[in-house]
Design a protein around this ligand. Structure first.
Ligand SMILES: [Fe+2]
Length: 185
């Protein structure tokens, strides 16, 4: 079996994130139950950040209309912020002893934010969809924060507090644009 075939077989099943193989089982004073709960709360967030990053870039690249310049820049700025959060959360999973995202198929297994493969999306609709996705992400981040608090992981809880604020800031900007689209356009 070639490496490529082996990879295919592997991705047909669910990718396991806990327990980590012994070489990757970072020592921690958290209990295995706590490490597992944190890993299982964070990995879907990492997958959603990847999914939202690609979606925001997709809209950055496929934008049309009179608001092109403003939205093109805004989407790029938001995409950068989303991408920066990926590594921070993925490395938290490693620090508490779990394993994190392995591949695009793994992202696909865990993401709760839907991909957008539409051929054309009007600019106002792009803003509305991203607003809903960022609201969804903020809610999921808040739920993961509760898991981290329950499991004594104050470090991840603290990072999530910043990320929730960032998601809500992105949502706020998009929401205000939606108000403008509804009222004046
Ligand atoms: Fe660009």
């Amino acid at each position: 079996m070639t490496t490529r075939q082996a990879a295919k077989v592997h991705t047909n099943g669910k990718v396991k994130s806990f327990p980590a193989p012994s070489q990757l089982a970072t020592p921690t004073d958290l209990t295995p139950k706590e490490s597992q709960a944190i890993t299982e709360a964070l990995n879907p967030l990492v997958a959603d950040l990847f999914a939202l990053y690609v979606k925001t870039k997709n809209f950055h690249w496929h934008l049309a209309g009179s608001h092109f310049n403003d939205y093109h820049r805004l989407f790029d700025k938001q995409a950068d912020q989303i991408f920066d959060a990926v590594d921070i959360l993925a490395e938290r999973v490693r620090r508490v002893g779990g394993t994190t995202i392995r591949s695009t198929s793994h992202i696909n297994q865990l993401q709760t934010i839907e991909d957008d493969n539409n051929e054309f999306v009007p600019a106002g609709e792009m803003v509305r969809r991203l607003m809903e996705d960022n609201a969804h992400l903020a809610k999921a981040q808040r739920e993961a924060h509760q898991v981290c608090e329950r499991c004594r992981d104050v470090a991840t809880a603290s990072l999530l507090e910043v990320m929730i604020d960032e998601s809500e800031r992105r949502k706020w900007f998009l929401f205000e644009i939606v108000q403008g689209v509804n009222n004046t356009d």
